[in-house]
Ligand binder design. Structure first.
Ligand code: CUA
Length: 438
């Protein structure tokens, strides 16, 4: 500690005598370390409060995660051994040759060939062992099994489409769902991941590792999970204003339920609204917009299976009424009556009315006549009345899969505690959910 005394005394002239300065330095170090630990803990706790669901790459219900954990054990054990050995050598040397012991200079061994060979060969062996382990895991995880179910993942600013290349819908096109990925349990699922604009990152930690979504590039990635449940996914590549609002749900179903989802989704045609109903008026606006007030048609950007709406600039809305998330996971409605709750109705209304104001960077037009940014230019939105907006919402709520294919029914949300649910319900009650809502 003598060296520290001297050092702090010299570098911060004008301090009290050495003894006290040393104690102060120690105290400062202790306090700073304490703050560091507290800050680290605080971040952990805060992130726990913010999310409603536990996400974990240590979820061993996934074969992918099991393989990575197995590999990690070797890597961690080797790292610990190296850390202990290096620390021991360091402290031994520092202690043995500290200057206040007035020892003679240590023996010099420049040009000691044997030592130099050892210092090169040992690290090479360590790195090679890690490389072999890594390549072994990659060889196990990367090949696409013949029997794998296939899902195409498209990332856009700021949402996801999940489509099933092997399932052609009877009404045309591939079965596709926006922001909610349904997959079978207990088998490898081969994802083909791409992006329609900038680089995004696909990461649902419970089902496997992370993969970049690159424009004009198809990347394959195998994921799997044994447990039927709902998991959380996120975009992990900073991609713009709503990077943090680019989430999705992974809903893993047992094979039988997965098959019944696919069968129903294949046969699905959007229901035709009854004449003169609110839904019928909403359907008309969805398809044609309202040219008189400049309100653009929703169908230009969104697809609804079984209708003429075939837009691809926005997420697929075919099963919108079955979904329980809005704005790519910005809002969740986990209640049984999800879209029928007052909160959901209020938020959906605000969403249609002026999506760019409730989700930064959203490319959807406004429908309240306010300005929004399109292709880098300020544009004035068209106008729909509040009643017309509610009509569109009413139509969207009818876009439901049959109940036996409703993938949310009885599927537990993994890692969502009552405490977290209550907290989020409390937040919903005590704060205005969206600025400028109805
Ligand atoms: Cu997409 Cu971050």
């Amino acid at each position: 500690m003598n060296t520290i005394h001297r050092h702090s005394g010299q570098s911060q002239g004008g301090h009290p005598p050495h003894g006290k300065s040393g104690a102060a330095a120690r105290e400062r170090l202790r306090r700073n370390l304490g703050y560091g630990v507290m800050a680290g803990l605080g971040v952990t706790l805060l992130s726990g409060c913010g999310s409603r669901q536990l996400i974990s790459m240590g979820d061993l219900a996934s074969g992918f995660n099991r393989e990575v954990a197995f590999m990690s054990i070797f890597a961690i054990v080797m790292s610990v051994i190296i850390f202990v050995a290096v620390s021991y050598a360091l402290f031994y040397t520092v202690n043995k040759f500290r200057d206040d012991k007035n020892t003679a200079p240590p023996a010099q061994f420049h040009g000691n060939n044997r030592l130099e060979v050892i210092l090169v060969v040992v690290p090479v062996i360590i790195v090679m062992a890690l490389a072999v382990l890594t390549v072994r895991s990659m060889a196990i995880l990367n090949p696409v099994p013949d029997q794998a179910s296939k899902i195409d993942v498209l990332a856009r600013q700021f949402w996801w489409n999940f489509s099933y290349p092997e399932v052609k819908a009877d009404a045309g096109g591939n079965v596709t769902n926006g922001n909610e990925m349904i997959m079978p349990t207990k088998q490898s699922v081969a994802l083909t991941i791409t992006s329609g604009d900038v680089i995004h990152g696909f990461w649902a930690p419970n089902i496997g590792g992370q993969r970049a979504a690159m424009p004009a590039t198809l990347k394959t990635w195998n994921v799997d999970i044994d447990r039927a449940a709902v998991y959380q996914g996120n975009c992990t590549q900073l991609c713009g204003a709503s990077h943090a609002n680019m989430r999705y749900k992974v809903i893993a179903l047992d094979q039988a339920r997965y098959n019944s989802f696919l069968a129903a989704a294949k046969a699905y045609r959007a229901p035709e609204p009854a004449a003169d109903s609110a839904e019928a008026r909403g359907y008309a606006i969805f398809m044609q917009g309202k040219p008189a007030t400049g309100a653009l048609a929703c169908a230009a950007c969104h697809r609804i299976q079984g209708t003429t709406a075939a837009g691809v600039a926005g997420p697929d809305l075919s099963f919108f009424g079955t979904r329980r998330t809005l704005g790519a996971g910005m809002w969740e409605f986990m209640e049984e009556e999800h879209w029928e709750t007052p909160r959901a109705k209020e938020i959906l209304h605000a969403w249609i009315k002026h999506s760019p104001y409730v989700k930064p960077g959203s490319l959807m037009p406004t429908y309240d006549g306010s300005e929004y940014t399109a292709n880098g230019k300020q544009v004035k939105g068209g106008v729909l009345t509040d009643e017309e907006i509610d009509d569109v919402a009413a139509y969207l709520r009818t876009l439901k899969l049959p109940e036996e294919a409703n993938y949310w029914n009885d599927t537990p949300v993994y890692g969502s505690s009552d405490a977290a649910q209550n907290a989020s319900a409390q937040i919903a009650k005590t704060s205005s959910p969206v600025p400028g809502g109805k």
